[in-house]
Design a protein around this ligand. Sequence first.
Ligand SMILES: NC(=O)c1ccc[n+]([C@@H]2O[C@H](COP(=O)([O-])OP(=O)(O)OC[C@H]3O[C@@H](n4cnc5c(N)ncnc54)[C@H](OP(=O)(O)O)[C@@H]3O)[C@@H](O)[C@H]2O)c1
Length: 276
Amino acid sequence: MPETIVLTGASSGIGRATALILAGQADHLVLHGLGPESSVGAVRAAMRPGTTLTYLRADYEDLSEVDRLAAEIRAVTGSIDLLINNAARPGAPARTITAAGNEVTFQVNYLAPALLTTRLLDLVAGRVVNVASATHFSASLDLDDVEHGPHRYSPSAAYAYSKLALVTYTCWLAAHRPSPSIDVVSMHPGVIATGLLHAMFSITGDSPEHAAGNIRYVASLRDDNGTYYDERDPQAPNTQATDPLVQDRLHELTTVLTRGDARHVARPGVASKLDP
Ligand SMILES: NC(=O)c1ccc[n+]([C@@H]2O[C@H](COP(=O)([O-])OP(=O)(O)OC[C@H]3O[C@@H](n4cnc5c(N)ncnc54)[C@H](OP(=O)(O)O)[C@@H]3O)[C@@H](O)[C@H]2O)c1
């Protein structure tokens, strides 16, 4: 059966390494990135004859680009066997609020993939894999002010917070999946030597190919709806993520925050919540 795979954040790091191994498997590989198309030149060269690679660019710092990306994906395929939300950024050096009123790390790493998934869900026939991070265990969501990130801002805290939102959303979506034939999971891909890791942590990591192997492994599993994986091992996520009340509240807020008409309305309370 033809396999259509959508993979975001394929223009560098783990995403590009994952795209390279999926190139031998997909009949239609739909790749998203922020950088130029040349970023995926090696992936194109690795595609099997008769298969298709589509490369689409979108900057998640602007949610209207996510809407456009979803429309462009819909224009090139009527069905998605596997959606891998991998694109992400490190925490910004200082708290930064986007034009839509959201802390930028929260928007890029959480709101944007949640919006993209919502826009594409009716096309998904198989599986959604959200690439999160083990850092999510260190975070705690503030559901009275979720879009402005952690109260005590640091780049790594903002990053962990965005990833906790993604794991929580994954659990919500797993519980509300449109069909029992779709599994929705999240995972920590490993500690991997990429620009993202080195922007926040002075540590070394495994190769992007190591993470790509983990992603392909998790992507190949079935009947594990709602599972969080640490590399290849199922693990209980942060307890906030599995709390149905937290999931429902986050989903409710996400619906509002990603609605087109709400994006450019300055919401009250921004200044009071920011660091002094
Ligand atoms: N590296 C680790 O140790 C580690 C650990 C846990 C989880 N993860 C997760 O693994 C995934 C891949 O990360 P990585 O380490 O491979 O990082 P990376 O090398 O920095 O790659 C991130 C990808 O996301 C894209 N991206 C960045 N900002 C974007 C934006 N504003 N809009 C749209 N796309 C954007 C990048 O595009 P460009 O390349 O074109 O800039 C790139 O394709 C992320 O979800 C990350 O959180 C990584």
